[in-house]
Design a protein. Structure first.
Length: 365
């Protein structure tokens, strides 16, 4: 069974230059053990690497996009060749004038296809490899052209200085949530503009309701209920770098752990659907499925769940996110797949990738 979304969107470009799901709640939900074999959606590679910090026996990263595989492969080479501070420079977390020279040190570790991919993109490398996806370019336009029309830099900085939740709520309603913010935000993050310039129109095929209103509500939560100073994702959207927080895979305490286990990671240009038709699927204990069900019909979603259950064993865990499309275990699979909803809901309250509407954790019975 081929992937539904692969037939509808262009995957020759880098869509995501970094992972936009919170690896901290992912790791807590999966509870990876040393004897576990894991599967992760590749994306840009960050969350597969974060899972690697837990020391599983094996980890397979899957993606249907050669460009996303190239992002993952360069990160793997960087963990092998660079020091922690140099990795942050190459990603774009910190400023740098030597990213091309850092890339050249990693270059010999890349496959021929990935080497050709990055050799043809020197300007992208100079910008930082975490800054060059279609979604990151959309955030950059928002940061430099849109947000500047609404709030001055001092007000933006003030948001990241407020440690008390009550102070953040007061600041948001008193100083931030003005008419211009609401109007421009809802226009910029509308289904049409976001679909054309940030993601892909076909990614919204199964979305009902007002997209921008839902994102505005979730952004309010992310700016008030959660501490912006601890949120690397919000910092990247507003500043284009990491100021006071790093995502899991980029933290110094995880760098050596990932480096130690880096050879346990393999990657495949393959969909989850095709992977489930291979013998390897019978040995997987943990799945990080990102938000892939967002792009599937309800029938295909149910079919993939059925295949996951058929291939898995008791205790196998599945993690995935809902952005705008509600997907969770149907009632007819309740006897085979247990919804760990209490833990999932508690983790979702802490989800630093605040724009998701739900975090799903399920376990095969």
């Amino acid at each position: 069974m081929s992937s539904e979304v692969s037939q509808k969107a262009d995957f020759s470009i880098i869509r995501y230059a970094q992972c936009w799901e919170d690896a901290d709640i992912l790791i807590e939900a999966l509870n990876i053990q040393p004897d576990h074999a894991c599967v992760a959606i590749g994306s840009a590679g960050d969350n597969a690497l974060a899972m690697l910090s837990q020391g599983p026996e094996r980890l397979i990263a899957l993606d249907i996009s050669p460009a996303q595989i190239a992002c993952l492969e360069l990160r793997v080479a960087a963990y092998k060749e660079l020091e922690h501070g140099e990795l942050l420079e190459l990603i774009g977390s910190t400023s740098s004038s030597r990213r091309l020279s850092l890339y050249r040190r990693c270059r010999s570790l890349l496959s021929i296809d990935t080497r050709q991919f990055w050799d043809s993109r020197p300007n992208d490398i100079e910008l930082g490899i975490g800054n060059i996806g279609k979604l990151e370019n959309y955030f950059q336009f928002f940061r430099t052209r849109v947000l500047a029309l609404i709030h001055p830099p001092a007000r933006i900085n003030r948001l990241f200085d407020l440690k008390n939740i009550q102070d953040r709520h007061y600041f948001y309603h008193k100083s931030w949530d003005n008419r211009r913010w609401r109007l421009i935000f809802k226009a910029f993050f509308s289904r049409f503009l976001l679909g054309c310039f940030g993601r892909d129109p076909n990614f919204f095929n199964y979305v009902d309701g007002n997209v921008s209103e839902r994102f505005l509500e979730r952004t309010h939560y992310g700016m008030t209920a959660l501490d912006p100073a601890d949120n690397p994702y919000l910092q990247w959207i507003f500043y284009g770098c990491h100021k006071t927080a790093l995502p899991c895979a980029l933290r110094p305490e995880n760098f050596k752990k990932i480096k130690k286990h880096i050879d346990k990671l393999e990657w495949r240009l393959q969909s989850v659907e095709d992977f489930l038709a291979t013998p390897d699927a019978a040995a997987i204990d943990r799945y990080n499925l990102s938000d892939i069900f967002e792009y599937m019909s309800i029938e295909n979603y149910h079919h993939v769940l059925e295949r996951l259950i058929a291939c898995g064993s008791s205790g196998t865990r599945l993690v995935y996110w809902n952005l705008l499309v509600p997907r969770q275990r149907p009632e007819y699979l309740a006897a085979q797949l247990n919804s760990l909803s209490s833990l999932a809901e508690e983790l979702h309250l802490r989800d630093k990738t605040f724009f998701y509407s739900a975090f799903i954790l399920e376990e095969i019975v």
